[in-house]
Ligand binder design. Structure first.
Ligand code: GLA
Length: 722
């Protein structure tokens, strides 16, 4: 149960798992005292002494006190000489904000944020801490929500201009978290196309460290989250703190360690390409940040994030539904298809039990390669002479659902749309537009562009019997300028773009609640909590090589549960790595997410087709557990040759265990793996071997697994409790 206890200027937010404690110092500056495992009470003296502050609370205007106070929301320009979370420029050009607490409110539930994705849930309480800078008339509300079932806090900030002069926000992070030491390793996820979310762990050092994006999207190169783990923290044991942003645009995630060895964590919109004019009476909302705490290792931390995603972020009828097993034609045909070819692929897919056929890129305009037609979202009748509806009707008649690929945020210079509206592309007047993948980005900060994009997608959803949309986004921002924004607001473009995109998505998911949306960005370039609020699954990576996927899915699972990860079996040699892996291995790895195929099944041998049939059957039987069970990482591909994980149904009656080895080694013993998450009092039978073990044995001794012969060998076991 969440409670917010307020006494003597001490605001103690807590549930059964964690406490978050704020202390309003004399003069009204909110100090951060504690975030961690639940405590019954806290005497501020110890923590104030740690920061060398007077323990009688009479600190103001103590010499330089602001500079070593642990702040809730520090601002730049006054007595705190460190980097702050907030920078405000006044009419006279000076930059300072002195926010003091004016009051607080406790509300039941979790308020939404206008125009932005946000967590939700009734089993929550929210503290709204009101602050004001009297001199410049800036009001701020710091929002802190605790859900009963999450060991964490969700935070965001509202800024309001209550003066009669313009204010300019130059920086407004979502989160500042002060920690009274720096004995942590920092873990971040960085990567590249087809190599998303590689996990890096290194000790915190004095100074600033972290990750960021200026690409207009979360990006392939860095994820908008960070994790702090004690040096001794493992998967199962030790303290870890994780913070993730519910946003999909430019971000910054950083930790600053000061000379006193204290750490200040920031997470929010990257201010390098951000600014916001706040006219008198206007309000600005930051995106929200989810911060979780675990004293049971990185595994415990991920369990909290997974719960947030499952219970408080993903919406709609697919949130907890069995996701359809799909077949996507991209790697089967690329741009070279016609109706007949597609139907042949779909027919075999239907025959093996696939449930959804997805037509990827190349069905519109005159798109025979990636050099044209984005923006011209009408059917290419050279490839589909009978139109889209004719195709979807035939696919539906096979008993399959039908899905369609869009890349609605883009415009090709070679398109009818660009001829009509070159000013709709993000551009800087007078400069040659820089292309990536031979395309430009539409200026979604504009309402006319938002409406066009909405209608392009909506018209197909209304008329063509579309059950699923793959929403792609394949290039980053460059030449960042908008034809409509005035000079002093050009820095607002990246955030306005996100607000525009969220507006379109919100409208679409509400208008078409029966359509399943999957987010994609050159693979997993926008895998974040923001997109997940609109689209319940994300294409994890264009890299479908089973061994690479072990790594990518392993680290993606730090925050995201299996139901969020699109995960397919593709052809060999693999199109990204050239590697040949057994079809069983490809299936075992892909099963740990939203399962599907990315190849022409007609090219497989009769034996492989039979394996596919069995995979599809098995996934249908186990999908509730595979998607919505508790996911535990067991062996890390970052630490060795083997990857293992297990997904356990909520009632612990069923589990699916997977072990995959990268390279075969002779002369090695079978692998002994300790399983997790099972009921120690139950006895489990492994259906594939017929052997039975007690849950306690499986978790304490482990189980010895002999892998098949050869590289990329894998086993996947179904465990059923007796
Ligand atoms: C991106 C996606 C792929 C595919 C192509 C189509 O790269 O990640 O899955 O849809 O675009 O052009």
């Amino acid at each position: 149960m969440t409670e917010i206890i307020i006494k003597d200027n001490l605001l103690h937010l807590r549930n059964d798992h964690i406490s978050y404690i704020i202390y309003v110092l004399e003069g009204g500056v909110p100090a951060h005292l504690y975030f961690g495992k639940r405590v019954e009470s806290l005497n501020p003296a110890a923590i104030l002494r740690h920061y060398d502050l007077p323990t009688d609370g009479k600190w103001w205007p103590h010499n330089c006190a602001l500079d070593h106070t642990p702040h809730e929301y520090p601002s730049h320009g006054l007595g705190d000489l460190r980097e702050g979370a907030l920078t405000i420029r006044q009419k006279d050009g000076t930059r300072s904000a002195d926010l003091r607490v004016t009051g607080w409110e406790v509300v039941d539930g979790k308020p939404g944020i206008p125009g932005l994705p946000a967590t939700f849930g009734d089993n929550a309480k929210t503290l709204l801490l009101h602050l004001k800078d009297e001199l410049i008339g800036l009001e701020a509300t710091l929002s802190y929500s605790l859900f009963d079932d999450v060991a964490g806090v969700v935070r965001s900030v509202k800024l309001h201009n209550a003066s009669d002069a313009e204010l300019h926000i130059e920086r407004a992070y979502s989160l500042c978290l002060e920690l009274p030491d720096s004995r942590y390793d920092l873990i971040t996820l960085t990567g590249a196309w087809s190599r998303e979310r590689e996990m890096f762990r290194r000790p915190l050092v004095m100074g600033e460290q972290g990750v960021s994006s200026l690409k207009g999207a979360t990006s392939l190169h860095a994820s908008n989250m960070l994790f702090l783990a004690r040096p001794e923290t493992t998967e199962e044991r030790g303290e870890a703190i994780g913070a993730a942003l519910v946003y999909s645009g430019n971000f910054k995630a950083s930790v600053h360690v000061d000379p006193g060895r204290n750490s200040r964590v920031f997470l929010g919109i990257n201010d390098v390409d951000f600014g916001w004019k706040l006219a008198p009476g206007e309000t600005f909302h930051t995106p929200e940040a989810v911060t979780v705490y675990s004293d049971s290792g990185l595994g415990g931390m991920s369990a909290q994030f997974h719960r947030v995603c499952a219970e408080h972020l993903v919406r709609g009828k697919f949130a907890k539904a069995p996701r359809p097993i799909l077949l996507n034609n991209w790697e089967a045909t690329y741009f070279g298809f016609n109706e007949e070819k597609l139907l042949k692929i779909a027919r075999t897919a239907a025959d093996v039990g696939v449930e959804l056929f997805v037509l990827d890129d190349g069905w519109f305009g005159h798109r025979d390669s990636d050099d044209s037609s984005l923006g011209d979202w009408y059917v290419d009748t050279r490839k589909l002479p009978n139109g889209m509806r004719h195709l979807t009707d035939q696919v539906h008649a096979m008993g399959l659902k039908f899905g369609l690929w869009f890349e609605p945020e883009m415009i090709s210079p070679k398109s009818d749309l660009y001829e009509k509206h070159p000013e709709w592309a993000i551009h800087i007047a007078g400069r040659e537009p820089i292309q990536q993948r031979q395309q430009l980005t539409l200026d979604l900060s504009r309402e006319d562009v938002q409406d066009y994009v909405y209608e392009c997608v909506a018209s197909h959803l209304r008329e063509d019997g579309i059950d699923y949309v793959k929403w792609d986004m394949n290039r980053n921002f460059s030449n960042i300028g908008s034809a409509l924004l005035p000079a002093d607001q050009q820095k607002e473009l990246p955030h306005r773009y996100m607000l525009g995109l969220y507006r379109v998505l919100e409208k679409l998911v509400n208008a078409f609640p029966d359509v399943l949306f999957e987010s994609c960005s050159s693979g997993g370039g926008r895998f974040d909590m923001g997109m997940l609020h609109y689209m319940p699954q994300t294409w994890t990576s264009d890299n479908t090589d089973a061994l690479c996927r072990c790594q990518i899915q392993y680290s993606t699972s730090l925050v995201f549960p299996p139901f969020a990860m699109g995960s397919h079996v593709s052809a060999v040699p693999n199109h990204q790595t050239g590697r040949i892996t057994p079809i069983g291995t490809r299936g075992n790895v892909a099963m740990s997410g939203c399962f599907g195929y990315e190849l022409d099944l007609n090219t497989l041998s009769a034996e492989d087709i039979e394996t596919v049939r069995q995979q599809v059957k098995r996934v249908k039987e186990l999908r509730n557990t595979l998607l919505y069970g508790d996911f535990h990482r067991l062996l890390s591909p970052y630490e060795g040759n083997d990857t293992a994980w297990i997904t356990v149904s909520k009632d612990k009656s069923e589990a699916v265990f997977m072990l995959t080895r990268a390279l075969a080694k002779s002369g090695t013993a079978p692998v002994l793996v300790k399983l997790r998450g099972l009921d120690e009092n139950k006895v489990y039978t492994v259906l594939e071997t017929g052997e039975s073990y007690s849950g306690s044995e499986l978790m304490n001794l482990g189980v010895s697994v002999r892998l098949p012969w050869g590289d990329a060998a894998s086993v996947s076991w179904t465990l059923k409790a007796e």
